[in-house]
Write a protein that binds this ligand. Sequence first.
Ligand SMILES: Nc1ccn([C@@H]2O[C@H](COP(=O)(O)OP(=O)(O)OP(=O)(O)O)[C@@H](O)[C@H]2O)c(=O)n1
Length: 365
Amino acid sequence: MSKIYLVGGSVRDRLLHLPIIDRDWVVVGATPDELLALGFQQVGKDFPVFLHPTTKEEYALARTERKSGQGYRGFICDFSQDITLEQDLIRRDLTINAIAMDEDGNIVDPYHGIEDLKLKLLRHVSPAFREDPLRVLRVARFAARYHHLGFTIASETKKLMKEMVSAGEINTLTAERVWKETEKALASADPQVYFQVLEQCGALSLLFPSLLLSNTIIDALKKSTLLTDDVTIRFAVLCGEFPSKAELEKLCLRIKAPNEYSKLAIMVQQYHHDVEKVTQLTAAQLIGLFNRIDVWRNPCHLEQLIIASHSYAKTEPFLQARYLEKAYKLALGVNVQNIIADGYSGKLIHEELQKRRIEALLNGN
Ligand SMILES: Nc1ccn([C@@H]2O[C@H](COP(=O)(O)OP(=O)(O)OP(=O)(O)O)[C@@H](O)[C@H]2O)c(=O)n1
């Protein structure tokens, strides 16, 4: 007789009274053939994971896992019918992620996840935590996600994370998996906590070489979350104090940051200091800045640069924003058609456009 349980994030978030995004189920005492006969669709290649015929939610057969070699690959997976719920739960990462709920709402919590929810502790379930180095990043991400609720990492888990990093286990993660966790962490309410946790366990310099987590960056990253939900801007804020464009480009390549992230990060690293002292720029320098951020073709660049620069500001209001927006509007008011109508052609159009934009700023003040 098989039995079905809700597990993982959906049980955890329900107990935390948080919204539930997706539900994962574990099936105990069934075989793949039984699920296929019920119309489930098998999706897992390595693990027996199935999609429910109507809800399309994920159902996994209870399983045990044993690491058989280095790196992420090389797991020996046992999903025979006699694997118990407790065996399935013990291989999971955190006690708060190892709580199950049956279809009648009864909780099964052999590893005391509910107690840790009350203590607000991120604690690993068992030494099996070590078998997946991605879990170091997951813990950092959960620490960021639940920071506002007061969650911290259990000291024994911190110790284990440090040991995993020292043993070089972090180096086996692919850039894609690291980026996925990082992107999720950037979307949380406290992304700075993710990077601080990685720093504390020694993983930051391995995963993000030459990223310096100064107090300025930590404060700015937190502030960016109050100003925008756009994770590309938050990432740019994180990278804003890189010593050189070349080093930042190197990091972006290495972590395989998608183009829209690296482009914006480089723009912010290059120009946020100009935005901070924008009132000291001449009209020609201001138009130069607009040209370099390609604002004429991408008006959103200005807004993104302003939000990122605002994140570093120590005082409010951020007057530079109004100043720049006004300058942009004035410069935008210059009409190319008028220049052509005045008889300019070829390269001269561009020169005259520059000149008139500068004049517009000078006259607009
Ligand atoms: N490296 C991993 C990934 C997942 N899990 C287990 O699988 C469950 C589901 O994983 P996932 O959907 O990735 O995360 P959630 O915990 O559901 O969190 P989120 O809300 O971010 O989806 C986790 O709760 C955890 O029990 C794990 O032990 N180790």
